[in-house]
Design a binder for this molecule. Structure first.
Ligand code: KG4
Ligand code: ZN
Length: 351
């Protein structure tokens, strides 16, 4: 019997989220999505794992109940449970996993553990039901930066990834250097809008490799860029005057690198669709630059901000695909803090 109505649960970091989706044929349709962001970490300038786990434990029940209520269904209408198994903070993941397992056991439902990054890849399918591979995907979040060739769902060829900091992590660290709160990506984008372009000149890390076509042409590195901002902040005579211009130049540097590598990948692999996902995909400047650069090359697909930052709807969508493939997790499903996407091919050069 097909599994048509799925409850998704996501607790990998500092969002407690639950969602209900149903399938219309093979297309996922969103019935409800609840995302509760944990504010407690703001005062610490980063996520405190112990506190994240405790907050999830306090809120997971009401968040799931609310998702069911908004979908106007009871637990009895759910046919499958999809839950993030990793990567993420293990103490945070365990809360969602135990909740999902308990429901699956109690209701006798199929359970599927979802890789968080595969969830990000599926997010746009909730708004663009005809989205099908093949496509090139740029996955840019707080913890990861990957350029992938997606030949089919479940088949992910790694083209390149970051050597050090993730793009979102760089946004957050630079935001903190410039005195913005945590997480600072969105605030940095707002500040950059008021900055003058080109007043500072920061490096475009590993951009040269695109032109030379070397094995690192799709690899990223953002930690040197962050250090360059730190030096500029330290040597500024008037940081109040320079803040917005620095934010502007930092964002331009990141966007240049992401745009050029993604475009080069679409051209080289002859893909006509490019998907950008993960929290940094909320960045409108990145969106605009990619739209411009990909004109006549590929269609750009980016989900709404609510579906690009961490949420359970994307987990339910990826889980629905796996359940449809006949994949199942046992009640011995474990949480993991890191690990490759299921079905990801990595070439020698990337190791
Ligand atoms: O995917 P996500 O919600 O969580 C992870 O799986 O990591 O991504 C969060 C990241 C944070 O680093 C945040 O600063 C960044 O996405 N972000 C942005 C913007 N909105 C969120 N970065 C740049 N510009 C934005 N507008
Ligand atoms: Zn994420």
């Amino acid at each position: 019997m097909p599994i048509d109505r799925i409850l998704g649960i996501e607790t990998s970091c500092d969002e407690t989220s639950a969602a209900v989706i149903h399938l219309d044929g093979r297309r996922p349709v969103l019935d409800s999505l609840i995302i509760l962001s944990q504010d407690v970490h703001r005062i610490f300038g980063g996520v405190v794992p112990e506190l994240a786990g405790r907050e999830h434990l306090r809120t997971i029940g009401p968040v799931v109940d609310r998702a069911l209520a908004e979908a106007q269904i009871g637990l009895g209408a759910i046919e499958g449970i999809a839950v993030t198994a990793g990567p993420g903070l293990v103490g945070a993941l365990l809360v969602g996993l135990m909740y999902g397992k308990t429901l699956a056991f109690q209701l006798g439902l199929p359970l599927i553990g979802v890789h968080h990054l595969e969830g990000h890849l599926f997010a746009p399918t909730l708004e663009l039901p005809d989205l099908e591979p093949p496509f090139v995907a740029l996955l840019v979040s707080g913890g990861h930066t990957l350029l992938l060739d997606v030949a089919a769902w479940g088949q992910y060829q790694l083209l390149g990834r970051t050597r050090d900091d993730a793009a979102g992590e760089a946004f957050d660290k630079v935001a903190s250097l410039l005195g913005l709160g945590y997480p600072g990506g969105a605030a940095l984008e707002r500040l950059a809008k008021t900055g003058r372009p080109g007043r500072f000149r920061l490096p475009r890390p590993m951009l040269r490799e695109v032109a030379t076509g070397g094995p690192d042409r799709f690899a990223f590195s953002f930690s040197g860029l962050k250090t360059a901002v730190l030096r500029a902040v330290q040597s500024s005579a008037d940081i109040e005057r320079d803040r917005a211009d620095l934010a502007r130049e930092f964002q331009d540097a990141v966007v240049d690198v992401l745009t050029e590598k993604t475009t080069a990948a679409a051209l080289e692999l002859d893909r006509r669709t490019v998907v950008v996902c993960g929290g940094v995909a909320c960045n409108q400047t990145l969106h605009d630059r990619l739209t411009e650069r990909l004109a006549g090359i590929a269609r750009l697909v980016v989900a709404s901000p609510r579906l690009n930052t961490d949420n359970a709807a994307m987990i339910a969508a990826a889980g629905a695909w796996h359940l449809g493939q006949g994949d199942r997790s046992g009640l011995d499903l474990e949480a993991f803090d890191s690990g490759p996407l299921p079905g990801m091919l990595v070439s020698e050069a990337q190791n």
